[in-house]
Design a binder for this molecule. Structure first.
Ligand SMILES: [Zn+2]
Length: 379
């Protein structure tokens, strides 16, 4: 059995549903200690994080990933048990095979092989793993580790995130940034009353409707060469007492911006509130910024290196995209780090019968190792 397949199977067998780590990080930490890495376990709240580094000074390249997985859903819906790694038709099935225990195993194997082949490489190479990526808040994962890094003056030049990024085959897409996500919980106050006497009430639904039309039609920005325009969506709208003869006293809405680097969160907030004020609404709006957008621009050393490795190893000229949801890269990028995401095909992630192609799994360590060699060997 190959090293990477073996380790991926070992990790899948551990039921590490967020924030449980189920022994994944100690397993990896032990291997990296044996390979000569300095390993620290950073525990915050219920969450285990692992930081391993090799080398003493100079430019620092790290790999970033998570060992936690989303729940499997009903196990009976799976063709083979989700925590029982199973090979069928050239694919490895199991929860986390693609998101992202396969990538994590590939990073570990790549790092082990890299330091054996180049014990005196320049700079530093490291691995940062969390068991809190898939959870709802990510409070005690990479966000906390980055606070710790800032406090001790840790600096990272390049970060490769192993999230499943590919569309149809490894190397066809390199993620070079992510949009920001800004959410709001809006409450519009009216005056409850009898529908027969509207002059004695104030209907918040009627009051909000024209404001909503304006928000939905607003052109927030034009996007830019790397990002599509910022989008605004209402994800929930709620009012009413359940009776047809009562004007409700309050309306609640959940809103979300997926925004690009052409807009700033504070401007989106101010413009939203200005529209609501212009419509004379009595409202409260609680904002939550879950991630700022980031971009590794063309010409960045890491971006160019990863693209070159995809061309050479996978024989593909990768699409370079800043689309998709958010990732833990959003916590690392504000440190001034170049962040690029490259991992396996994401077609089955979070689904039943999640899988990764064996061929992809074998290629991944070679790809990660090639990135290390281009950045930390030679001049
Ligand atoms: Zn993931």
């Amino acid at each position: 059995m190959s090293y990477v397949l073996d380790l991926t199977c070992d990790l899948i067998r551990r039921r590490s549903v967020t924030p449980e780590d189920a022994g994944c990080l100690p397993l990896i930490g032990g291997r990296l200690v044996s390979a000569g890495f300095r390993v620290e376990h950073l525990r915050y709240g219920e969450v285990d994080n692992l930081w391993a580094v090799h080398g003493t000074a100079g430019p620092t390249l790290i790999f970033l990933g998570h060992t936690d997985v989303v729940p499997s859903g009903p196990e009976a819906s799976w063709q083979s048990p989700p925590f029982e790694p199973t090979i069928r038709d050239g694919r490895l099935y199991g929860r986390g095979a693609a998101d992202m225990k396969g990538s994590v195993a590939a990073m570990v194997v790549a790092l082990e092989q890299f330091v054996v082949a180049h014990p005196d490489h320049r700079g530093r190479v490291g691995l940062l793993l969390t068991s809190d990526e898939e959870g709802p808040t990510n409070l005690d994962g990479v966000r906390k580790v980055v606070e710790h890094f800032r406090a001790i003056g840790e600096h990272i030049d390049w970060c490769v995130v192993g999230e499943p990024s590919a569309k149809e085959q490894l190397g066809d897409l390199v993620r070079v940034g992510r949009r920001g996500s800004l959410s709001g919980t809006l409450s519009v106050r009216g005056v409850q009353g009898h529908v027969a006497y509207p002059e004695k009430a104030l209907n918040p639904i009627h009051a909000f409707a024209p404001a909503l039309a304006e928000l939905a039609a607003e052109r927030w920005d034009e996007g830019n060469s790397d990002f599509p325009p910022t989008s605004f969506q209402v994800s929930n709208l709620n009012a009413g007492t359940g009776a047809t003869n009562v004007i409700p006293g309050e309306l609640k809405a959940l809103i979300n911006f997926r925004y690009c680097t052409a807009s700033r969160a504070e401007d989106l907030r101010a413009r939203t509130e200005a529209i609501l004020h212009r419509h004379g609404l009595d409202f409260a709006l609680d904002w939550n910024l879950s991630g700022e957008p980031f971009l590794t621009p063309p010409g960045g050393v890491l971006r160019e290196t990863v693209v070159a490795v995809c061309r050479e190893l996978c024989g593909i000229d990768p699409e370079q995209s800043a689309g998709g949801g958010t990732s833990d890269g959003r916590f690392i990028a504000p440190m001034g780090t170049e962040v690029v995401e490259i991992g396996p095909v994401n077609a089955t992630i979070h689904k039943v019968d999640e899988c990764v192609a064996l061929q992809e799994l074998e290629q991944l360590p070679q790809l990660y190792r090639a990135v290390c060699e281009r950045l930390l060997i030679g001049a």
